[in-house]
Design a protein around this ligand. Structure first.
Ligand SMILES: Nc1ncnc2c1ncn2[C@@H]1O[C@H](COP(=O)(O)OP(=O)(O)OP(=O)(O)O)[C@@H](O)[C@H]1O
Ligand SMILES: [Mg+2]
Length: 253
């Protein structure tokens, strides 16, 4: 049975297909390298990248969202809709097609930023509607429905600064879902709240993604509350040189 399932899963085209992707970062004599020998993420999968601070979680997520360019790559393909052909992201990077990559991100990816990233001068409703208006999507009740599910409906007309940190994180999640993307990338979406609130927000997030068959990649320090939600954990190893001048993280999955 297991073999049948595995071969079926392999036959299914991947949303992300990465091979030998590398991202180098250096500052003040300290170098960091993220290496991804092989990574396949399938449609509807819920993936968790768990690791200590500085191991390269945001670095990987930023590449998956086409925000930062890999330093080197053998293959990087993206297939947001199963019925479409895979897009050769490596080729777009090579040809410096940043606008095309930006358009792909806007249309298919929702991003929950580590720092929240809400615009302080826009109301909660306007923050959540932004991605829809950028794509000229109709102003229907999507934002209200999401806000209700996330328990923030009564805050829709307030400014983010008048909300608690946990409420703001819910807004950030709602904003990433509002334009109905097929992929949501979430960088520590519950970093600044207590473990009880974090578990509640994370399970709400996964539940909403599950209902919409969204592919999810989430980075977090804490595996404990994510494990219970049935996410697939990406394997990674971090090696530091003795003098601390170089760090390399290898991610496979
Ligand atoms: N702008 C930058 N310039 C140079 N090096 C950077 C930069 N941002 C991060 N790095 C280096 O890359 C490494 C990985 O950083 P990254 O932000 O991906 O870690 P992380 O796992 O997301 O950490 P955290 O849990 O603290 O968010 C760090 O060790 C850091 O030294
Ligand atoms: Mg980070």
């Amino acid at each position: 049975m297991e073999n049948v399932f595995q071969s079926r899963n392999k036959a299914k085209p991947a949303v992300y297909h990465l091979r030998d992707v590398v991202r180098d970062r250096a500052s003040e004599g300290v170098t960091f390298r993220l290496r991804v020998p092989s990574l396949q993420i399938h449609q509807g999968e819920k993936i968790a990248l768990i690791g200590e601070s500085g191991c390269g979680k945001s670095t990987l997520l930023d590449m998956l969202a086409f925000i930062s360019r890999p330093s080197d790559f053998a293959a990087f393909r993206f297939r947001p809709e199963i019925e479409d052909e895979a897009i050769d992201v490596a080729e777009l990077w090579k040809k410096k097609k940043q606008n095309a990559l930006g358009d792909l991100r806007k249309a298919h990816i929702g991003y929950v930023m580590q720092t929240g990233g809400l615009l302080p001068y826009l109301s909660v409703r306007e923050n959540m509607s932004l991605s829809r208006s950028v794509l000229s999507m109709p102003a229907d009740d999507t934002v209200e429905t999401l806000a209700r599910h996330l328990g923030i409906a009564r805050h829709l007309d307030k400014l983010p600064e008048t909300l608690s940190v946990g409420e703001r994180q819910r807004v950030a999640i709602g904003r990433a879902l509002a334009h109905e993307p097929s992929i949501v990338i979430a960088d520590e979406p519950t970093a600044s709240v207590d473990p009880f609130a974090a578990e509640k927000i994370m399970s709400l997030f996964i539940e909403l993604a599950e209902e919409r068959n969204i592919t999810v990649v989430v980075a977090s320090h804490a595996w404990r509350h994510i494990k219970r939600l049935g996410l697939r954990r990406l394997a990674h190893h971090t090696h530091r040189s003795k003098d601390g001048s170089t760090t390399e993280t290898v991610v496979n999955g």
